[in-house]
Design a protein around this ligand. Structure first.
Ligand SMILES: [Zn+2]
Length: 547
């Protein structure tokens, strides 16, 4: 397979600077010097288990640490922003406040009523599409925020393919935060200056995008998966792609293994330039690897494309860890995902899931609102929502009596639809207790409760049936996630440190358990009442606090 040489090229270009003088020391004598928190966007446990036997690079290495195959992003709104908000905060979306990628605030005066999870809509000119990146909506501190509060010399750094991944994993007390903005690596931090690592990464990526890219060579396993599948909804067939692209095609760069290669190279170069893990206190770097998600959305999860992506990412992660090894850094890695995903329904049907289907356009909130408006004689959009499922909001411009009628009509219409599993109202979720059982046992209403925020959640929450894909038009994205089903909720949770004994764990845990577990490794006290997760016991080398 042809190598993509971002890692080698970038790290050679960064010169060593001496470690900063640090008066602080480790909170616990056994604490690692660097926490590396990795999120692979859309990396379901289904994919992890399918590929685990053949991934012998970085993912293979982590699989031989403490490997939980039954990790859960337990909430129902299995999207990127909520998922990333759980990983480093120890909290579910109901506590982080990040209930979706986009929600609606019908009380705001701007014409765009949608709110992007990582924007600050108080800033003039911000909209949900052209927004000002900010952690404004995150209601809780991250591990980095907590560590820096007691050890200000610790560094908290984030690099990601998406702004929301970088923001939600790092929080507010952040030294460097860089994310892909569609064209290049950018930051929302003012006055932080541009590290040489970023300048080099920007140049390397610009050069890569400016050139034609020939098809990647396929490992034998991916060749076996290479088969054309036609799609409903007007999109091009998928299944046999190998990431060839024309010069200047930044969109397809993003949906290719090179994107993660570039993100990891930037992370490695920042570690080197900032001397992370070489001072006297522990540093944290969060890395959001987004290409798996763009590949999944563009091609589905069971074709040659995802196969190539995972082999490439595994190899790049192996290179990344070897680089840290060569510097002699004592690092603790955690790897998880913000949510899982499911394959295109056309291929799922071929593979024995007869009920797999796409929603009709009539199921989208905008179309439903129009239909209800026509039936009840109401003006305006009636219903606001970001698609065919999730949080939906009844127009506040309607008189109260009409809002009540519209809500009843919407609940009734969705409940009656054969592709809808359940509809919960705001009042119903407010009256539901947060789940306390293990996340594999949560009922549907408990999953929805874990995504609920009294201020931000919709008037109704629509959950689609299993194996339903909420994409009708396949000309852009063809597959997605966001459901309360385990293909979207179940993700790997891996911990690895040199000389950690391997343990293969089948117990069901939450991604909210990651932060308190890392805090225990650092010797950092966390008030258990301030989070939803718990320190994971019996991980070799990590001692949970005794209560
Ligand atoms: Zn995602």
């Amino acid at each position: 397979m042809r190598r993509i040489l971002f890692l080698a090229g970038l790290t050679a270009a960064t010169a060593c600077s001496s470690a900063p003088a640090q008066p602080a020391r480790l909170l616990a004598p056994t604490a690692p010097k660097l926490i590396v928190a990795l999120s692979i966007d859309q990396f379901s446990s289904d994919l992890f288990e399918e590929y685990r036997p053949v991934l012998l690079g970085g993912i293979g290495r982590l699989s031989r640490g403490a490997a939980f195959r039954n990790g859960y992003q337990g909430h129902s709104a299995t999207e990127t922003c909520p998922g990333h908000s759980t990983i480093m905060t120890g909290s579910r979306p109901s506590r982080t406040g990040i209930i979706a990628n986009v929600w609606y605030d019908l009380s705001q005066s701007r014409s765009d009523k949608a709110v992007y999870c990582a924007e600050d809509e108080r800033i003039a000119g911000s909209s949900s599409l052209a927004y000002t990146v900010s952690p404004y909506h995150l209601r809780v501190p991250t591990l980095g925020d907590r560590l820096k509060a007691v050890q200000p010399v610790s560094r908290n750094v984030a690099v990601a393919g998406k702004d929301r991944a970088a923001v939600m994993m790092s929080g507010r007390a952040v030294d460097q935060r860089w994310y892909w903005d569609g064209k290049t690596f950018a930051t929302d931090l003012k006055g932080a200056g541009m590290p040489r690592a970023v300048t080099a990464a920007r140049t390397a990526v610009a050069q890569a995008i400016a050139q034609d890219r020939s098809a990647l060579q396929m490992p034998a396993l991916c060749q076996q998966k290479s088969r054309v599948v036609s799609l409903e909804g007007g999109g091009a067939p998928v299944g046999n792609g190998a990431f060839a692209r024309k010069a200047g095609d930044a969109r397809n760069f993003r949906a290719s293994p090179e994107f993660d290669g570039a993100t990891l190279a930037l992370a490695a170069a920042l570690i080197e330039e900032m001397q992370l893990g070489r001072g006297r206190s522990t540093d944290i770097i969060s890395v959001g690897l987004s290409a798996t998600d763009f590949v999944g959305h563009s091609y589905g999860t069971e074709g040659a494309e995802m196969c190539l992506q995972l082999f490439s990412l595994d190899r790049d992660l192996g290179d990344f860890f070897r680089l840290l090894d060569s510097k002699g850094i004592d690092y603790l890695v955690t790897l998880t995902a913000d949510h899982g995903g499911q394959d295109v329904p056309e291929r799922k049907r071929e593979q024995g899931v007869p009920g797999a289907a796409r929603v009709p356009a009539s199921l989208f909130a905008s179309a439903m609102g129009k239909a209800i408006g026509a039936r009840l004689g109401l003006k305006g959009p009636v219903l606001y929502g970001d698609g065919a499922f999730g949080d939906m909001y009844v127009d506040r411009a309607l008189p109260d009596v009409d809002r009540t009628r519209a809500l009843a009509a919407a609940v009734g219409a969705y409940k009656a639809h054969p592709m809808v599993e359940a509809v919960f109202t705001h009042d119903q979720l407010r009256a539901t207790k947060s789940p306390t059982a293990s996340p594999d046992k949560w009922s549907l209403v408990e999953r929805a409760r874990a995504s609920f925020d009294d201020q931000r959640s919709g008037d109704l929450i629509v959950l689609l049936k299993r194996d339903i894909t909420p994409i009708a038009d396949t000309k852009s994205y063809v597959a997605t996630h966001g459901s309360p089903w385990d293909y979207d909720r179940r993700v790997p949770v891996l911990f690895w440190r040199r000389e950690m004994e391997a343990s293969d764990r089948t117990d069901a845990v939450e991604t909210a358990d990651i932060m308190p577990t890392l805090a225990a490794a650092l010797g950092l006290a966390v008030d258990p009442r301030s989070i939803d997760g718990k320190c994971l016991g019996a991980i070799p080398g990590i001692a949970c606090p005794v209560r």
